[in-house]
Design a protein around this ligand. Sequence first.
Ligand SMILES: Cc1cc2nc3c(=O)[nH]c(=O)nc-3n(C[C@H](O)[C@H](O)[C@H](O)COP(=O)(O)OP(=O)(O)OC[C@H]3O[C@@H](n4cnc5c(N)ncnc54)[C@H](O)[C@@H]3O)c2cc1C
Length: 384
Amino acid sequence: MSKTNNSEVIIVGAGPAGLSAAKVLADTGIKTLVLEKTKKCSSKNFFSGIISEEPLKEIFTNFCDHSNGKIMAPFERFVDQYRAYILQEDSFTSFNVQNNKQNSYIVLREQFNSWLLKEAQKAGAQVITGTAAKELIISNGKVSGVKTDSEEFFANVVIISEGVNSVLTKSSGLRVGELRSNQIFTFVEENISLSSGVIEERFNLSPFNGISAKLFTQAMLGMPSIGYIYTNHNSISLGIGILFSELISKGINPNECLEKLKEHSCIKPLITNGTTKNYCSYILPAPSLKSQNDKSLKLFSNGCLLIGGAALIIDIFSWDVSTLAILSGKAAAQTIIRAKELNDYSAKTLAHYLPLVNELHEIPLQDDNLNMLNNFNESILQRK
Ligand SMILES: Cc1cc2nc3c(=O)[nH]c(=O)nc-3n(C[C@H](O)[C@H](O)[C@H](O)COP(=O)(O)OP(=O)(O)OC[C@H]3O[C@@H](n4cnc5c(N)ncnc54)[C@H](O)[C@@H]3O)c2cc1C
């Protein structure tokens, strides 16, 4: 096994959280190495979702061209409407929930993530793809690097940003135990091709504008569930997540729920004659930021920080899929910049990360109407 020891910070995982941390660190001249297990970054996470301009442009200053205001990050459509659909078995109600106060955009993960990666590289971060971190290296009670299949990489701090299915987090002892089946949502998402003109006609949109919709499907499926629609430029992303324990107890495959959703009188006219381009499934934890108070999860240790999905900094009820992850990456980078000034990467100094993460609780990710619907959905979850 060859030894490489040339970074101040190693980041495991080039998702939105890891790349945001990398960009902030590299901007201040900190030698940063990002390891990403997939060959083409995020090739397995093709999903579409919403990103908001405000938090992003502070980190990624090339987000827009300041001379003419043109958005430089690849986006599908500007979010013109946030819509909620409440689906009953045979009927539905829909209404617009809020205006786009935050300047949000619909993005396809693959294109968006590739752009984040290039921006982090331009700032000076080194990114090695096709390389999975297999194990943390721990010496004298401190995390001092990671092992891959063929190499050892050393650094002052390791940031774990592997996403929700975080193997290193569990092996590091920072996350103890498994999430229970009533704490996990299983999602399936289909990306359905349709021409941009058809999408605009069916959703009553002008060119470049799109909608982000939450589907409240409880009454239709009889199970704690939540769905969504995003209009991309020339496709629609349709997804549904169901509480895992319910799928098990009822012996239902989540694909059946998606198929049922596609046949619903609200959804069918929107996707008619579309062709399935992509399909994915993924899990997300049911509890939102409350998980940080959970004793089974620690966000830092000597020489190590957890960010984004790996730290369960996720809110499945929000419109915005990555803002919390991105901001946790920024918070971790700020913590490390401070640790460098103090030349102390112990847990005592890295604990500075915690109040920064707690501040993320205060960020209003949606307006009161959606909060009300989400609270209703969460109260059903708590009864399960
Ligand atoms: C379809 C879909 C919809 C979603 N909707 C929401 C939502 O509504 N709200 C929400 O908060 N979140 C949502 N998420 C989760 C969302 O992806 C995360 O909030 C956010 O992307 C987390 O970013 P991250 O960088 O922490 O992790 P990820 O985006 O999961 O990125 C982790 C990266 O680490 C890499 N990796 C993993 N293990 C290793 C290893 N050992 N070595 C090297 N690299 C590794 C992976 O390949 C990946 O590129 C959704 C996810 C999907 C797929």
